[in-house]
Design a protein. Structure first.
Length: 446
């Protein structure tokens, strides 16, 4: 490794951070996980990324690629391996004002993107957290505040610049390396390091955003009523039902419907939002008009020693009532995990099922359970959490990779149905036959 590192120093213009260095402690951990890698590489150019990939291949050490560093399974760091941190590749450039084309570095965060596009009156369908990386979110989906109107983040990608496992730079689009382009949109980090994305943005106004809260005693009725309404609500309305928050009372906490109406027409917004207000007894309502960039929040960084366990699934139309009944019962019981249910469908469902590697387009809802606390507390809660998911199992399908704390074979099978996985494995064989990029929801080469 030492000789390979000396070769790297000649070719690498970015930062090489090793144990004992002043930056190492911060650089070795991600937002979610701690690690002790042999080195952290921060490339400053695409050529640096190529050199870093060659170095990783030569050393045969575990390789982590870090964008925003929010991966719940801890993909963004490791013990004893190499971390390629893309944080310096974070430019956001409007390349075509008329067509609203934007080139975004693979290490940019959505907060940086929204801030850069705001002066141009543009936005991209993304997540809802400032610090989340463009790469990690986009490569596996991208469910956020504009998802029902403008689709997943990955639906707005028109091309990508990728450094593959053999350290070559290729462009993937509908016309160039189209099978790789298909795989990148949903297949995660399995196929290389995306050093730049090309997105088609859209003009945006200010939007109506906020929370409407109802008492926990009305959880079941509000939750079912909300799900019935969003089935026919305008695509401009995207909303999330949150409940069982331990910081606001656990099973006694209010159910809050957090929402965005994608537009600044007050009358149209009222027509879309008022049916939610009529679902129950409103105890708070802070929905107001604000810039799109202000709908993104600062993500939570868990304190040292706190574990976060997330698990997700999709719900098709015929199972909505059964799933929400179970979740309402769980959410008002002692020891409930935090539960968040997101409305999807809309523009997501109007893309052909096989157009991208994202495989869950016909779902009406996506929900997440989250447990957090010191390791002994989380471990003690696992049997009860498993029992909840056993109840849900007959009624749910798949999983959203961005909200999974584990990466077991069962998880991978949930993210990628058999037909999708088979096609991804063929692409993997072409671009990463040695499975260099394995720290992800891994697709093995066919």
């Amino acid at each position: 490794m030492s000789s390979a590192l000396e070769i790297l120093r000649r070719d690498f213009g970015g930062d090489i951070i090793e144990p004992g260095g002043a930056e190492y402690e911060a650089a070795s951990r991600s937002v979610i996980a701690t690690g002790s890698p042999a080195c952290v590489l921060r490339p400053a150019t695409v050529g640096d990324v190529q050199a870093a990939v060659r170095y990783a291949a030569d050393t045969d050490l575990a390789l982590s690629v870090r964008g925003g560093g929010h991966a719940f399974p801890g993909f963004s760091t490791n013990d004893g391996g190499i971390v390629i941190d893309l944080g310096k590749l974070a430019t956001v450039e409007l390349t075509d004002k008329e067509r609203h084309l934007v080139r975004i570095g693979g290490g940019a965060t959505w907060g940086q993107v929204s801030a850069a596009l705001a002066p141009h009156g543009l936005a991209i369908s993304s997540g809802d957290t400032k610090g989340v990386g463009v790469g990690g979110l986009t490569l596996t989906g991208g469910i956020g505040w504009k998802v029902r109107k403008h689709g997943l983040a990955l639906d707005n990608v028109i091309a990508a610049e990728v450094v593959t496992a053999d350290a070559e730079v290729v462009r993937a689009s509908a016309d160039e390396n189209p099978e790789l382009f298909w795989a990148l949109r949903g297949g995660g980090g399995n196929f290389g390091i995306v050093t730049a994305f090309e997105f088609k943005a859209h003009p945006t106004t200010d939007v109506f955003h906020g929370r409407i809260a109802f008492p926990a005693s009305e959880l079941a009725a509000v939750l079912q009523g909300w799900a019935d309404y969003v089935r026919t609500a305008p695509d401009e309305l995207t909303s999330i039902a949150d409940f069982a928050n331990p910081f606001t009372g656990g099973p006694e906490s209010p159910i809050t419907i957090q929402l965005v109406f994608d537009g600044d027409d007050a009358e149209a917004a009222a027509r879309a939002i008022d049916p939610i207000r009529r679902l129950g007894t409103v105890i708070s309502d802070d929905v107001t008009l604000k810039p799109v960039a202000e709908t993104l929040v600062d993500g939570m960084t868990p304190p040292p020693g706190i574990q976060v366990v997330t698990r997700s699934a999709f719900v098709d139309k015929e199972s909505v009532r059964d799933v929400l009944q179970i979740l309402a019962e769980v959410g008002t019981s002692a020891g409930s995990p935090v539960i968040s249910v997101r409305s999807v469908a809309g523009a997501v469902s109007r893309v052909a099922d096989d157009a991208t590697a994202y495989a869950h387009r016909q779902a009406e809802l996506m929900f997440v359970t989250t447990s957090l606390g010191p390791q002994p507390v989380v471990e003690a809660a696992r049997p009860a959490l498993a029992a909840i998911w056993d109840r849900l199992a007959p009624h749910v399908n798949g999983a959203y990779a961005n909200f999974l704390a584990t990466a077991t074979e069962a998880d991978v099978a949930s993210v990628y149905p058999a037909e999708t996985y088979s096609r991804l494995a063929a692409v993997k064989r072409q671009y990463d036959p040695g499975n260099l990029f394995a720290r992800n929801h891994n697709v093995r080469p066919a």
